[in-house]
Each structure stands twice: as C-alpha cells, then as structure tokens.
Design a protein around this ligand. Sequence first.
Ligand code: GLU
Length: 450
Amino acid sequence: MSYANSVIQKIQTIYPDQIEFHQAVKEVLHSIEPALKKDSRYEKFKVLDRIVIPERQINFRVTWEDDKGEIQVNRGYRIEFSSLLGPYKGGLRFHPSVCEGTIKFLGFEQIFKNALTGLAMGGGKGGSDFDPKGKSDREVMRFCQAFMNELYRHIGAHTDVPAGDIGVGGREIGYLFGQYKKLTNRYEGVLTGKSLLWGGSLVRTEATGYGSVYFAQEMLEHSDFDGLEGKICLVSGSGNVAIYTVEKLQQLGAKPVTISDSKGFIYDESGIDLALLKEIKEIKRESLESYAKAKKSAKWISIKDYPKDHNPLWAIPAYAAFPSATQNELNAKDAENLLKNGCKCVSEGANMPSTIEAVHKFLDAKICYGPGKAANAGGVATSGLEMSQNASMTSWTFEEVDKKLHNIMRHIYASASQTAKEFGEPTNLVLGANIAGFRKVADAMIEQGL
Ligand code: GLU
C-alpha cells in the first residue's frame, strides 16, 4: 500500500464518521503522490501522519437565551490545524449542518489554500450548528456573545485570527469583535472581515467572488479557449461569494444567469439583476423566491422539483460555471451536463463544491478547472491584507487592495500551473495547487523540527 493510502486508511479508522474530512484528505493525498515519490523526506519525516491531525482542537458548549426567554444550547468548534506558516487563519461557519467533520474538512483545505496565497497564515476553521436564519438581530447578538465567551481565550492577533464563512458576515463579526474587546480589554486585529468603520479592509467583502473570477480569467487566458466577455455563466449560491462573482462577471461583460439558495434557484435569461439580488440578500435577508416575484424574466425552480440525481441549475447551457454555494453541490451527472453543453471553465468559489467523481470528469475533459483551494483563496488572501493594514495601522484604497488581490490570484495560478507542468500534467490544477501548497507546508514542518 502506498504511503498516502496508508494514512487515508488510518484517518478513516480513527474518525469513521467524518466523511467530508475523508473526502478532502483523499483528494489532497492522492494528488500529491508524485511529490511524495520525488522527495523521500516526506515519508521519512512522517509529514502526512502529522499534517492530517490538527495541532489543537477546541469543542465547546454555547448556551444562550432566545427572544422567548428559552434556553438554547449549541455546539461550538475551533480547530487550529496548522501554525507552520503563520497564525491559525480561517473562517467561522454557522449552519445547522456543521459538525466536527465539516470543520475538519474546511480546516484541512485552509492549510493549503493559505499556503498558496504566499502570505504568512497557518490554517484553522471554526463554527457552530447554530442557524442564523430566521433569528432576530438580538438573538444573533446573544449567540455571538455566548460563542465568544469561550472562544476568546484561544484566539489573538498573533495566535489565531477567525473570519466569516457561511452564516457569518459583517453583522456577526461585529458582535463577536465587541465581545472579544469587552473580555480582553484589547483592541487588536483578532478577526478579519471587520466593518470599514473599525479596522476592516476595503475589498474584503468582494474578495472571494472577485478572486474566483480573476482566477477564471487567468485560466482562460493561458488556454486556447475564449475569454469571458459576452459569455453566459452559471453561478450557484446567493451569499457573499455568489453576489460578488455576479458583480465581477458583469463588470467584465459576461452574463451570469443563475443564483440559488437552500430553497431553489433563479434562472434569469436576461441576466441577474444585481441591485435586486443585493436588496433581497444583503438588506432584507429573504429567500430568492421574492426575486422571481419582482422580476418577470426570472424563473424560480423550487428544490422540491429538482430531479433526484442532479441539480438542474448545472443543466442550463453555459460557457462557464462558478459553484459558490457549498460542499458537494455538483456531482458527476452535473459535471456531465455542463460538459455536454459546452462549458469550458469551472472556477470554484465554494469550498469543495464538486464531488471527487465530478472533479475527475473536468480533469479528463481538459477544460479550465480551478479547484476551490486555488480559485477561492482571494477571500482569505484579502483577510491577510486586512491583517497587514491592522498591524501597520494604515488603510489602503480600494484600488490598491484590488490590485494586490488580482496579483495574488495571478501568482496562485502561476504556481499551480508551473507545478502541474513540472509533474507532466499541465492542465491539472488540482495536482498543481495541492503539490504547490503541500510542499510549502511540508518543507516548513521539516525545517521547524518535531
Ligand atoms: N471562509 C473563507 C475561506 O473559506 C475566508 C477565511 C478568512 O478570511 O480567514 O477561505
């Protein structure tokens, strides 16, 4: 059995229920096998055995009171996966599906994603099974305060710097920061994604979506395919990532025609109405169903009418696809549908949105496929830029940050693509991104000793 397979088997035995974590580990470990063969130090120093176990993992109880005065109990997590390249860095996810396996898969991905940015950031992730949907602002505030009452003792600007993810946006970061400050009496860059009024960075809100489109542009420019201008694009999700993917695509003259949420998806043949989307999601916090009510050209397809084996959003003919909702939202059948309809580019705004089988279809078809670890790294990269600005007590203009973000995305593409070429698979950015990220982390591990 290969070294990679023996480690995969080990984590499946130790953590039998953590299916998403197994998936993320398998994807990385299988694709880095050529690097393990080339450099025997990785096996000698047991780098894989070490990297799959978090340095530290905190599980805690969050108890808070809802508006009716009833006591609510949730589970909280912070997984400090790797501090080899810098302080633990990664978002917090608040969603009812969150369990230890989810946070571990996200934390594991984050290690290599952060390494690819070239900034000094280790990998971590956290969250809770709390569902912010349908909760009042006061309930969200009380939950965030209760969550921070435990988390504060583990984080700090030089140790662990959380940020947002699904269910955690500007509002939640505000309440979390307020409570951190109260508990520690320290005003520091302990969280990123902060408001522009008190330490946030311009472009952080837009960064993941913009970055994923910049990555798509890079892939297409270095291929024989056309650019995005005038092309129909599919976007899933309707959170921060999806909204700013739509915005950047429109700025470049492309035509995004879909967006989705947990209840279904919108197909707007005339192109997504960005102002309407922002109003529904950022201000009113409503379901996308109201988009269809407000706009005649839009069709609402409810999740109740989805076929069992595929997501009809990915069956709409388009040139490029931007999965920006959540993990495993795109399966092998969806990949077949995209390819059959002539899709030439997939850039992942979400973390691990494609199943392993779907990824293989994209790689076999040799289209431009940007795995999440590379394509959505713009979000955390801009968090890194927010940390730099906080540390030097300055703030850069929108143009300055956007330019830095664009350069980072170019750099990530270049290192993934060069590494893919080095290993004889020039179009395989999964292999390229994973090996490029892995080598940095693994070499740091060897250099830093036991
Ligand atoms: N949650 C984002 C991600 O998956 C951003 C993390 C951060 O900014 O620290 O990369």
